[in-house]
Design a protein around this ligand. Structure first.
Ligand SMILES: *[C@@H]1O[C@H](CO)[C@@H](O)[C@H](O)[C@H]1NC(C)=O
Ligand SMILES: *[C@@H]1O[C@H](CO)[C@@H](O)[C@H](O)[C@H]1NC(C)=O
Ligand SMILES: *[C@@H]1O[C@H](CO)[C@@H](O)[C@H](O)[C@H]1NC(C)=O
Ligand SMILES: *[C@@H]1O[C@H](CO)[C@@H](O)[C@H](O)[C@H]1NC(C)=O
Ligand SMILES: *[C@@H]1O[C@H](CO)[C@@H](O)[C@H](O)[C@H]1NC(C)=O
Length: 318
């Protein structure tokens, strides 16, 4: 009886391990930026060393409104099996193999598209089977705002346009310096791009009589995120500031230049004067010294004469 008991306990433990093979998810909900890469994870128990041959992993996407599911990635008995992978994920879905040893099934999807949103089933078969769901949301912030500024001098009107793409649909606000929302004469329209993004264009038409700055803001209500572009209309004051700073720059530059030039002139004058003096002195002391005077002699002879003269001058000084 006492011998059987430990065996019994072991049996029960094994049974429990098999029965309670559970897949768990550290994170239920993921949010990915359009065009970015995302990894989603589910965990399964690995007792010691992983035996890859016993492991099968399946990731499938189930779009919220649709009943059908798309195969994202399959690992069949340790081997990648992409025969029935859905074309939407071709070349974009992989399983991070090095994480499997730790009992972690990490699915990576690159270049996330809007159609990637939905629920993802993570099914693990490894000495027991279980599955869990995680959800993926995809957002696209209106990060790049393209602008246009057209002035109509005849009507004294200015037309400002802001255009950007993103998801979900954003509202566009126009503001001036005092943060007053300019409602009138705003025309905002949108179309859908082939990728399912909203392509929003907003046009503000107005008669500018102040030198205020105007801005357009794309407000993504669902994500509570916003991006803005500020139009600088204050041309008068800008060019004024520009001229002032130009003057501030030119004057010191001129002063410095004048000082430098004068210094150079003085320096050159002094140099030529001292040379002249030296020449005159030399001429006075040694009238034969000048090279011009020995134009018909070879340079060597000239140098010889100079050397001799120097020697003799040294002598005379001594
Ligand atoms: C996404 O992953 C791919 C392949 O691993 C890589 O080339 C690319 O630079 C990544 N993109 C971003 C935005 O991290
Ligand atoms: C807004 O602009 C679109 C085209 O950009 C135009 O078809 C529509 O008539 C405009 N709406 C108003 C109220 O001006
Ligand atoms: C978005 O709409 C603008 C016109 O409103 C168009 O010029 C631009 O090509 C569109 N962009 C895309 C990606 O559809
Ligand atoms: C011009 O600005 C003044 C105040 O600065 C305002 O009272 C007036 O309505 C503006 N005119 C136009 C045409 O916007
Ligand atoms: C308009 O914007 C420019 C540049 O951002 C800024 O230097 C200037 O002070 C703004 N003008 C007003 C009236 O606030």
């Amino acid at each position: 009886m006492f011998r059987i008991l430990p065996f019994l306990i072991l049996e029960v433990q094994l049974y429990l391990i098999r029965a309670f093979f559970t897949v768990e998810v550290p994170q239920l909900r993921y949010i990915a930026e359009y065009g970015s890469n995302i990894t989603m994870e589910c965990r399964f128990p690995v007792d010691g060393q992983l035996n890859l041959k016993d492991l099968s992993v399946s990731w499938a996407q189930k779009e919220l409104e649709e009943q059908k599911s798309k195969e994202v990635y399959t690992l069949q008995k340790g081997e990648e099996d992409l025969k029935s992978q859905h074309s939407d994920f071709k070349g974009r879905a992989t399983l991070l193999r090095d994480k499997l040893n730790l009992g972690s099934s990490v699915l990576q999807i690159t270049n996330v598209k809007l159609t990637d949103k939905g629920s993802y089933l993570c099914l693990i078969d490894y000495r027991g089977a279980d599955y869990k769901y995680v959800t993926l949301e995809v957002k696209a912030s209106y990060a790049r705002i393209n602008v246009q500024k057209i002035s109509e001098p005849e009507e004294e009107e200015l037309i400002l346009t802001c255009q950007s793409e993103g998801f979900p649909l954003a509202e566009v606000f126009w503001k001036n310096e005092k943060n007053l929302i300019v409602n009138e004469s705003v025309n905002t329209t949108y179309t859908l791009t082939t990728d399912g993004l909203y392509n929003i264009s907003s046009m503000l038409t107005f008669k500018p009589n102040t030198s205020e700055n105007y801005s357009c803001t794309f407000w993504n209500k669902e994500l509570n995120a916003e991006t803005s572009y500020i139009f600088t209309l204050a041309q008068k004051s800008v060019s004024h500031v520009g001229r002032q700073s130009l003057i501030l720059f030119i004057i010191p530059t001129c002063v410095i230049a004048v000082i430098l030039i004068s210094a150079l002139i003085i320096f050159l004058k002094r140099k030529s004067l001292s040379k002249l003096h030296a020449k005159k002195d030399n001429k006075r002391k040694y009238p034969w010294l000048h090279k011009e005077d020995h134009r018909d002699l070879t340079p060597q002879t000239q140098d010889l004469i100079m050397a001799n003269v120097k020697d003799s001058s040294d002598c005379t000084e001594v």
